[in-house]
Design a protein around this ligand. Structure first.
Ligand code: HEC
Ligand code: HEC
Length: 233
């Protein structure tokens, strides 16, 4: 299995390069609208930013502009997506050339925040995840079933403070909107935060706050429970 890793990394790189090649801009310095720049994201995030599990791209529709902007800068600057175990994060980090500059990041974030949230994942993507990389972070053990009732208590006592009782997030605290994210993406991020794959970079101030919270959930069962509850929000 280990031998497959370099080959797999190459495939991921090609995926990123393919997406970048889909859209070319006439002039390197041309000012591109948020809508047009978004064309470069659909390959992995879906035509309507509803997410594409097949490529591990999360739903972006439903996320507020301030959060999208922050994460894009984190990926661009290597604050997120550079840990050796973070395979999907690396794919996103590879696309940093698309982001151009802060003004373009702000524009595309604003555009995405206006898209309709909650649409189902791209039809051909659901249940068809061909690339399960060799890592404990590829997903929770499928034998674990989340108990939403147990998760509700954890959510109320541990998560609601920052993410809000309704899961809509809190800009002042930098806490994300959790309502439109898929189960598999939520699970991966919780495992990442818990084990220092995300939120451990010295410049990741917000991520460090979340990482401290994720460490409270010591078992995969507790993670599955809280996710089962978040999915009801
Ligand atoms: C080649 C595939 C690919 C392309 C192209 C791509 N992304 Fe991503 N993106 C990903 C993957 C995979 C992740 C998930 C990373 C993880 O699991 O940590 C991601 C994560 C993100 C996140 C973090 C979401 C969250 O909830 O924290 C944002 C924001 C984002 N991408 C924005 C964009 C934007 C905007 C574009 C276009 C300019 C874009 N991406 C292009 C693959 C891609
Ligand atoms: C002290 C405030 C705080 C608490 C409490 C907290 N979080 Fe967070 N959470 C954050 C912040 C801040 C971020 C954004 C981190 C970043 O910018 O990368 C975040 C991000 C996340 C993300 C990633 C979202 C995405 O789009 O990638 C998930 C999932 C999450 N939190 C779930 C939880 C759960 C579940 C709990 C309860 C067990 C919880 N959080 C408790 C502050 C908090």
């Amino acid at each position: 299995m280990r031998l497959l890793r370099p080959l797999f990394a190459l495939c991921l790189f090609c995926l990123g390069a393919n997406a970048v090649a889909q859209v070319t801009f006439e002039q390197p310095n041309e000012q591109v609208s948020g809508e047009r720049l978004f064309d470069t994201c659909v390959f992995c995030h879906g035509l309507e930013a509803q997410g594409n599990d097949r490529r591990d791209g999360p739903a972006l529709a439903g996320l507020p502009a301030w959060y999208i902007e922050q994460q894009m800068k984190n990926f661009r600057d290597g604050i997120r997506g550079t840990h050796p175990e973070d395979v999907p994060g690396k794919v996103m980090h590879f696309t940093r050339g698309l982001m151009r500059d802060d003004a373009h990041i702000a524009r595309v974030s604003e555009y995405i925040s206006g898209l309709e949230p909650g649409l189902p994942m791209a039809a051909n993507a659901v249940g068809a995840r061909p690339y399960i990389w060799d890592s404990p972070y590829a997903g929770l053990d499928p034998s674990i079933t989340g108990d939403a009732e147990a998760g509700r208590q954890t959510y109320a006592t541990t998560c609601a403070l920052c993410h809000g009782a309704d899961g809509s997030g809190n800009e002042a605290l930098g806490a994300a909107d959790l309502r439109y994210l898929s189960e598999i993406y939520l699970a991966r991020q919780m495992l990442y935060f818990r084990d220092g794959v995300r939120g451990a970079h010295p410049q990741d101030v917000r991520g460090a706050q979340m990482a401290a919270m994720a460490k409270i959930l010591t078992t995969d069962q507790a993670i599955a429970d809280v996710i089962a509850y978040i999915q009801t929000l």
